[in-house]
Design a binder for this molecule. Structure first.
Ligand SMILES: Nc1ncnc2c1ncn2[C@@H]1O[C@H](COP(=O)(O)OP(=O)(O)OP(=O)(O)O)[C@@H](O)[C@H]1O
Ligand SMILES: Nc1ncnc2c1ncn2[C@@H]1O[C@H](COP(=O)(O)OP(=O)(O)OP(=O)(O)O)[C@@H](O)[C@H]1O
Ligand SMILES: [Mg+2]
Ligand SMILES: [Mg+2]
Lengths: 264, 264
């Protein structure tokens, strides 16, 4: 049975597309088949990544593991309210029939497609920058005591999705918050945010993963549709020490997802 | 006549709210009166910043320069399509009557409020992460040659706004792309992006500013509603060397806006 991984965070630029690209890449390299659904109909970063990948593979005559791209736009009829639900379900069902995993990338906004994705998720991965601006969408925090004061708009949105899923008889969503763009500096801010995250995780039911550091290799290969995990197939990708550490971060993140039957 | 500064970029997390916070802070510290309009109705990071600032000023009994907060939500009637235009104009006119500057923070999405703001801008400031994922919303780039292939969704959106403004008889928008979250490393990626930016700026008519480095001081004071520019009024803000450099970056960014009559 195909497993649905949703990358969600209403906060813009938290790293949904970047993490989706790298987790998908890791799954493909493990030999699994992966379908992708890019729900950001204007930006389509994830879909663009795989288009770039096909162009690179063709022009460099190299065989790269590819994801199957779900085509939601084909169903788009914005004059017809409610077009999203049948379109979403139809594309998802099609991909589930053919792939071990379906990776869904959400926009940084509350949209009908994003809400459908959150209710359909087996695993929900929420990237989070090391910043109180990002944290503000998960929970309100007391600036003096660092105590969590209550849930905020994105936590509430996930709770709604969980409720809808339970009403529909689905198994509980495994919700993982993964820190992203971490720097090796800023220990004070990192620790404060870590404490608030630990507090919040107990209250609203998510677990958290170490996530990814801020590394240019996680973004400089986007125009070619490559990730550093393609280094054995593509000579253009440098093999420096920092890339070894970067690959380990991606690997650790995927292991943290605790996907059944995955052999990395 | 009040000048309207709009922080816009359809790309999420580029730094609109962070730059809006710091430019507003600089303007307030210069003695100017500033009104703010936060068009991100769910996230409201900029409005939240000033709410945190009021709470800090009250609890610490310190007199901090404050912006006037425009209340668009008061007009919000999402059952009534087209509610945005009269609401936007009403709030904007109110602030223009009382403030030297009106700072407008846009959401990371295409919305009616965001489109209205772009057409109303005297100065449009577009923050940009040093990343081809961000650049992809301005223009498509050839991965082999780094040549710009054509404008993308956000450039087209700005062009529409410029057209609407010209039709309405307004003066041309001064469009500035300001790089954000720059690191002192990654020279290769930085230079490639810089070349593509230079190429694009000539074609679609913007100028670019050095912008801000990635510094934790630009985000760690958010819960208290402070910026490092408040350091003379608030002892909690550390006075380290890196903060001197950070203040200079904010100052240089504001000077780059070339606002008439501004004495920093
Ligand atoms: N771990 C990382 N290391 C380096 N750069 C990163 C990392 N994660 C994200 N970025 C960069 O940060 C920016 C935001 O990331 P991304 O676009 O993946 O976020 P997003 O949540 O998908 O945004 P949106 O809400 O717009 O869809 C991009 O420029 C991306 O290249
Ligand atoms: N110059 C900077 N230095 C350090 N952190 C920064 C800087 N600029 C932005 N950030 C951080 O990056 C993240 C995104 O910034 P911000 O929220 O200001 O972007 P935005 O464009 O307003 O996003 P959205 O599209 O969600 O409105 C936040 O966590 C913020 O604290
Ligand atoms: Mg994205
Ligand atoms: Mg913002």
């Amino acid at each position: 049975m195909s497993r649905i991984l949703v990358f969600g965070n209403e906060k813009g630029g938290a790293g949904k597309s970047t993490m989706a690209m790298h987790v998908t890449s890791a799954l493909l390299h493990s030999g699994a088949s992966v379908g992708i659904m890019d729900l950001d109909m204007r930006q389509i970063s994830l879909k663009r990544f795989f288009e770039n990948r096909e162009a690179f593979a063709a022009s460099h005559k190299v065989d790269l593991p590819m994801a199957r791209i779900g085509e939601i736009a084909a169903f788009e009829d914005i004059t017809s309210p409610g077009w999203e639900k049948p379109a979403f379900e139809s594309v998802l069902t099609g991909l589930q029939a053919q792939c071990d995993y379906v990776v869904v990338d959400c926009p940084g906004a509350l949209t009908p497609l994003s809400a459908l994705a959150h209710a359909a998720a087996d695993t929900l991965i929420t990237p989070l920058n090391d910043s109180y601006i990002d944290f503000d969408l998960l929970a309100r925090v007391d600036p003096e005591t660092n105590a969590v004061k209550g849930p905020s708009i994105y936590s509430e949105m996930v709770w709604d999705a969980r409720k809808n899923r339970a009403l529909a008889g689905g198994k509980p969503i495994d919700w993982i918050v993964a820190r992203n763009r971490l720097s090796s500096l800023n220990m004070h801010n990192k620790r404060k945010l870590g404490d608030a995250l630990t507090d919040l995780s107990k209250r609203i039911g998510f677990r958290f993963a170490a996530g990814l550091s801020d590394r240019v290799v996680f973004r400089e290969l986007f125009p070619q549709g490559l990730t550093l995990l393609d280094h054995k197939l593509v000579s253009e990708i440098p093999t420096k020490m920092s890339n070894v550490a970067a690959r380990q971060e991606v690997r650790d993140l995927v292991l943290e997802l605790k996907l059944p039957d995955l052999e990395l």
